[in-house]
Ligand binder design. Sequence first.
Ligand code: FES
Ligand code: FES
Length: 170
Amino acid sequence: MTGSQAPTSTVVRCHVNGRDVEMLVPVRLTVAELLRDRLGLTGTKVSCEMQVCGVCTVLVDGNPVSSCATLACDLDGTEVLTVEGLARGRDLHPVQEAFMSANALQCGFCTPGFIMMAVGLLDTHPDADQADIREWMDGNLCRCTGYEPIETAVTVAASGLAAATAEAGR
Ligand code: FES
Ligand code: FES
């Protein structure tokens, strides 16, 4: 039998939380597996592995993606942001601060996914209102059902970011 075989691995080059990554990866490796198993970034959680729960959300070039359902080889040339990349030294990101102040977590398993989704929203729509927040976060599930404080946290973060933007524009 003749013919070329499909490659089983490929090199991916990208930035993860500002760090250069260049790695030979199996073509079927998911982004979640790359982050958690190859890079040790276990802040990104995995649950349904069917692109249903949003727990595994990370930002790729600013867009939220389900890392359980995205192939690592598709990250080539991209900027990836995970929950570990949000804080600046000891200073948490405003969305992280808002989740803490609103007690927007119980077991915390869904929290990284919600936070990354919220960051993706507020980076592009800093004026998001409650309806926008509800619609945007619709794909994220919390098994502890703590939706009200989560919504409060994102609303508080949106207000804080809007105020900071207004202050900076004076
Ligand atoms: S684990 Fe990826 S969407 Fe549920
Ligand atoms: S806080 Fe437990 S799953 Fe959301």
